[in-house]
Design a protein around this ligand. Sequence first.
Ligand SMILES: [Zn+2]
Length: 242
Amino acid sequence: MIVAVAAVVVASITSASSVLAVDDPILERRTIGASVQGRPIEAMRVGAKGGPVVVVVGVIHGNEAAGLAITDELLTMKAPKGVELWIVPTMNPDGTALDQRGNANLVDLNRNFPYAWSKMGKPGYWQYAGPTRASEPETKAMVAFFRSIKPDLGIWYHQDLNMISPGKGFEGRVREKYSQLTGLPLKRITGGTYTGVAATWQRSTFPGVGAFVVELGETLSASDAVVHAQAVHIVSMMVRDR
Ligand SMILES: [Zn+2]
C-alpha cells in the first residue's frame, strides 16, 4: 500500500514538472563568463529568436542590487511576441556577493567599458576605471556576449538617484515612456565622470535604438518590481513596432 502511494506521488511530481517545463519562459541559459573570484555570469533568453533584441542588466554596481527584483520578475514572464529578450541578473556577481560597488579588483565596471575609456583613480577610488580598457573579466564577458546577440536596446539598472536621463529621437521616446510607466522623473543624471560607461559603449557600438540607465530609488517594493518588468515589456513592444 505504501509503495502504491509513493508511486502515485512520483507520477504526479513527474507530470507537474513536465507541465512546468513547457510553461517555463526561459528558453535558453548561457554562462557568458566568470568573475574575478570565479562566479558564473549568467544570461537567460525569454522570447523566441528573430525579433528585435532587448537586453536587461539587473546589476553592474554590486551594492545597487534592487534591479534583481525586476530581473527575477522578468524571468517568470513570457516575453512579448516577436521580441528576443535577454536577462542578465548581475554582470558583477562578486560585487553583488560582497555588497560593494566594484568587482573583486575594486574596479568600477561602469567605467571599464571599451568606449571613451580613460584612466581614472586607483583601487579604493569609487570610480576606479581599471588598469586598461575592458581589463576586467566581467567587462570582457559582456562585450563578447553583446557582440554575439547584437542588441537593439539595453536597459541598465542602478540606484539610487531615482531618475532617468532624457534622450533624443526614438530612444528619447522610449525613455520617456519608461518614465511615464514607472513614475521615475526624466532628469539629467550628474555627479560622476562618465568615461568607459557600459550604456554609452552599447549605444556607440550597436546600431539600433540604443541603451539607457534606470536609476531606481533607495528601495523597490515587490509591486514596483512588477511595474518595472511590465515597463520593460511595453518599451520592448515599442521597439518591435517602430
Ligand atoms: Zn550605479
